[in-house]
Design a protein around this ligand. Structure first.
Ligand code: SF4
Length: 367
């Protein structure tokens, strides 16, 4: 009998700088990460943390939150402190909120050159972000290019979008800021593909890919798979977001499916824990560490395990994980593929998780 065929490897990726986004890296040899964006009002910090928990349980590597108002900016410290994945503040117009996001401990800030026009403010943000070790995404959008670039290029062409991005990049470089990633999103996948190709030729920063306003679940997923997938297949792209008019969890699932299609993400054991909002009834981080230690070395198949801090919302938020536990009130509810299958005492949680995870791993292996 012949040896099994080796697993296919994904496309060779474009060489880029590597930047840091909180605890993760983007670009260089870092794996392509999946992002999403919450749709809860950001100022409702607990609701937003719960949405982050669900996105993380589905496999999100980073999350962006909108900061349209001052109260949203004021909630960032709490969100950034509790979230277990990097939080990126999405800033429009108000550069002051970007300052607040940096001070709040966000891992990244996204600014749109079409909205923050004053060059001295961009320079200021670059200096503050450099000091704090925060990443900045220059997020150009075909629908909101600055007027002077539109006039110069006669419309939101690929050249115009790339030029808008690189001008903003230079403002940051002028203050020695290089922890930058760039996106040049457009709602038309073919225009988006051509724009990113051009940008990839003209700089070595890591690129955040996305088709903007892609639409509802089905058509949006197809457009995103075409735009993001085509570029990734060419080796372009270091972090991605599928934007859908749907639950962020759906965006994450679509993003992961795109990466898996191209062998850019292979799943193994993945233990995630909820950010633990005001509802938390246990020390969820310690519990997650114990579960991680208990499972390490025992699971050699793709299995995502979620450890959630309360029995009220935990089961719902963990529904996209393969196995979950929602702990609280001295007990743990074990959740398998979204279904509650058992309730155990708190001190028996780790043992129960090992039992069910091992059982699931055997089933997966037998498939
Ligand atoms: Fe969700 Fe409960 Fe964790 Fe809060 S404590 S994020 S509601 S699981």
């Amino acid at each position: 009998s012949s040896a099994p065929a080796p697993a296919p490897t994904g496309p060779t990726r474009r060489a880029t700088r590597k930047i840091t986004l909180g605890p993760i890296e983007v670009g260089g040899d870092a794996p392509v990460s999946v992002q999403t964006m919450t749709v809860t009002p950001t100022h409702e910090a607990d609701l937003t943390l719960q949405a982050i928990a669900a996105a993380q349980a589905a496999g999100a590597d980073a999350v962006r939150v909108a900061v349209p108002r001052k109260e949203d900016a004021e909630a960032l410290a709490r969100i950034a402190e509790h979230a277990r994945i990097p939080v990126i503040a999405d800033i429009h117009f108000q550069w002051k909120y970007a300052v607040m996001a940096i001070e709040a401990g966000c891992a990244g800030v996204r600014i749109n050159p079409g909205n923050i026009k004053k060059h001295d403010k961009v320079a200021l943000l670059g200096r503050l972000a450099a000091e704090a070790g925060v990443a900045i995404r220059i997020g150009v959008n075909g629908g909101s290019l600055e007027q002077e670039v539109l006039d110069e290029f006669g419309g939101p062409t690929p050249e115009a979008m790339v030029e808008s991005a690189l001008r903003e990049v230079r403002l940051l470089e002028d203050v020695d800021f290089f922890n930058t990633k760039i996106s040049v999103k457009h709602s038309d996948p073919w225009t988006m593909i051509r724009t990113y190709r051009l940008l990839a030729e003209r700089c070595d920063y890591p690129l955040h890919l996305g088709v903007t306003e892609a639409g509802p679940l089905k058509s949006g997923s197809i457009k995103s798979a075409v735009g993001i997938g085509a570029l990734l297949a060419e080796g372009i792209g270091d972090t991605i977001r599928v934007s859908l008019s749907a639950d962020p969890v759906e965006e994450v699932k679509a993003g992961i499916a795109i990466l898996e299609s191209l062998h850019l993400r292979e799943r193994g054991l993945d233990v995630v824990s909820c950010p633990s909002c005001g509802r938390a009834q246990v020390d969820v981080w310690t519990l997650a560490e114990d579960v991680q230690k208990g499972l390490e070395g025992r699971i050699d198949v793709p299995l995502r395990v979620a450890v959630m801090g309360c029995v009220v919302n935990g089961p719902g938020e963990a529904r996209e994980a393969d196995l979950g536990v929602a702990a609280g009130n001295g007990k743990g509810e074990i959740i398998q593929k979204g279904e509650r299958i058992a309730t155990v005492r708190e001190e028996d949680i780790v043992e129960a998780m090992i039992h069910y995870a091992t059982e699931m791993a055997e089933e997966i292996r037998a498939e």
